[in-house]
Design a protein around this ligand. Structure first.
Ligand SMILES: Cc1cc2nc3c(=O)[nH]c(=O)nc-3n(C[C@H](O)[C@H](O)[C@H](O)COP(=O)(O)OP(=O)(O)OC[C@H]3O[C@@H](n4cnc5c(N)ncnc54)[C@H](O)[C@@H]3O)c2cc1C
Ligand code: SF4
Length: 511
């Protein structure tokens, strides 16, 4: 008899661990375990989403006639860990083989490599073919290259999957339309609302469980409106194609107060747990371009995120783990300020992005990168603490995608492996790309003193503080030229403001 284990992010009917399932004899094991729900204290909405999606998926498998062994979180015999539950199932049934699709995270993969010996049973770990580039494909691509850059990987993926191609070249003559995707928000933009499902009895039961067992976790449990089945996730994605994709490109980087969802797709959580598959989303968006529903800059921009960035960060993760978890290029040591949990800060951009994160377990890419991440970078926050925060606050967070985005993209803690230069910016960028500054106590145009935007002096302090590590970066030359032109008085003022700001954080004064 075979035991087929399905993890919480493997909710795909065509997952490799089910490919040759024997409906009469095999047992499908799914379990809600404490170790997975609490290894970081995940947002309440994230736990509710995953448990509800798991229960719905299990019900679908049972309807197809498969033998389910589903262990609920509050089952009194729940062993509390995946290995414990596999051991319990192996002890109870006549299991001669455990079959599982390779887990997405290093931590679990490492754990699983010991199961065969520990359980004295044959364990088959199958590849996860939902991803479009395997770890070994990526390693082969990376091998021998002096520098890894997403853009070149992305072009190869476009060719390999024949996406937006015109014979050997890109449709439209350009591979990348990013330069057209940086419009600031304009007045009177009509932003459609996000998809809203109503919690059914299964979701309601899970929400009650989360309310009881995870009350001290970050985030608001209600209102809960995520899709929890593949059918719902398809509807959510189709709403994006019909209502938001055409504006996705233009306003990809824009932020508007009170508009957390903007023109993004909000499908990261569905892709990452398997309710949607990357290739189907890419091909659907490509079809929208061909049938005239959306322009090329929007469709190419959206496809680049999934075919390019998503696969690229996963490649980096498997190439560099486990060392990638401990890199700290700038030797950043500062603790995460309390306001990342409470949103209690006078910096309006931070307050808005943290509040929305708390409400929705979601923030869009530019909020994560250029507000929350930019602050973490220029304030020199400890990579472990920043990674912990990002891992637990977002419903789409899994280490394989969270870690490279935080360690590589926002903190430059890998010294430039993932990106060519740090995404550091002053208040001018946030003021250009959002309307947050209008409702802020600080002024983005003031550079020093108590009314100055903290991003302004922290930015220059970061540049000066890390001069030894960054001056040689060819993309930072113009920044250091500006620093060289700066008067001593100006430099002193930056240092004094920075010291005052950090000491206020350390003494829990509101900043
Ligand atoms: C600091 C930081 C942390 C992040 N943490 C996560 C995370 O834990 N999980 C996660 O899925 N994404 C993460 N991202 C990437 C990106 O911000 C989210 O995928 C995106 O905001 C999800 O919202 P969406 O579905 O509306 O995306 P859209 O903007 O509509 O993009 C479409 C899809 O493209 C993919 N994508 C876009 N950008 C990236 C990227 N940089 N890396 C990988 N995939 C990408 C996602 O699957 C996303 O759903 C992070 C980015 C940053 C800067
Ligand atoms: S002034 Fe500075 S702190 Fe305030 S919202 Fe603008 S960028 Fe953020």
């Amino acid at each position: 008899m075979k035991l087929r284990l399905i993890l919480g992010d493997q909710l795909s009917h065509n997952i490799s661990s089910l490919s040759d399932v024997d409906t009469q004899n095999d047992i499908i094991l799914m379990c809600e375990v404490r170790s997975e729900a609490t290894y970081v204290k995940h947002h309440k909405k994230k736990i509710a989403f995953i448990f509800s999606a798991m229960r719905h998926f299990a019900a679908e498998l049972a309807e197809q006639g498969l033998n389910l062994r589903y262990v609920r979180y509050d089952d009194p015999d729940n062993a509390g860990s995946l290995s414990g539950e596999v051991a319990r199932a192996v002890g109870k049934h006549e299991i001669d083989e455990v079959i599982v699709t390779t887990p997405s995270e290093y931590r679990l993969s490492d754990d699983m490599s010991r199961w065969a010996q520990a359980l004295n049973v044959h364990v088959s770990i199958r590849s996860d073919d939902r991803f479009l580039s395997s770890a070994s494909d990526f390693a082969a691509w990376a091998d021998g290259r002096k520098q890894l850059r997403m853009e070149f990987f992305y072009r190869e993926m476009r060719r390999r999957y024949s996406i937006l191609m015109d014979q050997d070249g890109p449709i439209g003559g350009q591979w990348n339309y990013d330069a057209e995707n940086r419009k600031p928000p304009s007045n009177g933009l009509d932003v459609p609302t996000t998809y809203r499902a109503y919690p059914d009895a299964i979701t309601q039961e899970v929400m009650d469980l989360v309310g009881t067992h995870f009350a001290d976790h970050f985030g608001d449990l209600t209102p809960f409106h995520f899709a929890v089945t593949r059918d719902q996730a398809i509807v959510a994605f189709e709403e994006f194609i019909a209502r938001r994709l055409k504006m996705f490109g233009d306003y990809q980087d824009a932020m508007i107060q009170g508009e957390p969802w903007m023109f993004h797709s909000h499908i990261g959580l569905y892709l990452n747990c398997g309710l949607l598959e990357p290739l189907e989303c890419i091909q659907r968006a490509e079809a929208a371009y061909h049938n005239g529903t959306a322009p090329l800059n929007a469709v190419e921009g959206f496809i680049r995120q999934i075919l390019g960035w998503r696969e690229y960060v996963r490649g980096i993760y498997w190439l560099k783990m486990p060392d990638y978890k401990t890199v700290n290029f700038f030797d950043a040591q500062r603790s995460l300020p309390e306001f990342y949990w409470t949103a209690d800060t006078q910096m309006n951009c931070m307050r808005q992005c943290i509040t929305e994160t708390k409400q929705n377990a979601y923030a869009h890419h530019i909020q994560r990168l250029m507000v929350l991440g930019n602050f973490a970078l220029i304030a020199g926050l400890d990579p472990d603490e920043v990674n912990n925060w990002y891992m637990l606050v977002y419903a789409d967070a899994y280490e394989w995608v969270e870690l490279p985005n935080v360690t590589g993209m926002i903190l430059f803690a890998d010294g430039g492996l993932l990106g060519s230069k740090p995404y550091a910016a002053s208040g001018a960028y946030i003021n250009k790309m959002s309307n947050y500054c209008r409702s802020c106590k600080y002024k983005p145009t003031v550079k020093n003193g108590p009314t100055a935007c903290p991003f302004n002096y922290l930015y220059w302090d970061f540049i000066a503080r890390n001069e030894g590590k960054l001056r040689g970066n060819p993309r930072m030359g113009f920044v250091y030229k500006s620093l060289d032109r700066m008067s001593d008085e100006k430099r002193d003022a930056i240092q004094a403001d920075t010291r005052r700001f950090f000491s206020a954080i350390e003494t829990n004064e509101k900043v």
